[in-house]
Write a new protein. Structure first.
Length: 162
């Protein structure tokens, strides 16, 4: 009987700006209460006069990730998102790479997203933030290596050769 995939084995890494070669370090996204991937297909629908039914085609995707997190101090990812939110940054200053890794296979996807802040402070017990990461670039498929150093909090991405 096949095993079900547990949610905590699909990890996300966020491109925290750095002075490295890539300009960012893929850092694990911790303390998130929501990270929901939404494919949002864009449909092309057409009804031909000589056919009884309409045809539907997927013409593209408007991919986004809904997020929510509890504010923790001294977390690089959360601090960067909070900085974007507090300073109301726009354009390239509010764009970051996000890598999603299936730890069962080490298969990964990498894409640039715009950080779109939503709301903050809507919990009476802890300070929270929510919003959406919206696709701002093409999807790249590849593999990830999660670093043994630094308690697995960073990773590298290698794109598949096509």
């Amino acid at each position: 009987m096949p095993d079900i995939q547990e949610r905590h084995k699909k990890l996300a890494f966020y491109g925290v700006p750095s002075t490295g070669t890539a300009g960012y370090t893929l850092t694990r996204m911790r303390y998130f209460t929501q990270l929901t991937l939404n494919k949002n297909p864009i449909e092309h629908n057409v009804k031909y006069v000589d056919e009884a039914t309409q045809r539907n085609h997927v013409a593209g995707y408007d991919t986004s990730i809904s997020y929510g997190f509890d504010k923790y101090t001294d977390d690089l990812v959360l601090s960067d998102i909070i900085n974007i939110t507090d300073k109301e940054l726009t354009g390239a200053a509010a764009s970051r790479f996000i890598m999603i890794v299936d730890t069962a296979t080490d298969k990964a996807t990498l894409r640039k997203y715009s950080v779109i802040p939503g709301s903050e402070g809507d919990d009476a017990n802890v300070y929270t933030f929510s919003g959406t990461f919206k696709a701002a670039g093409e999807l790249t498929v590849g593999t990830a290596v999660i670093s043994d150093a630094n308690a697995g909090l960073t990773a590298t991405f290698t794109p598949d050769e096509t």
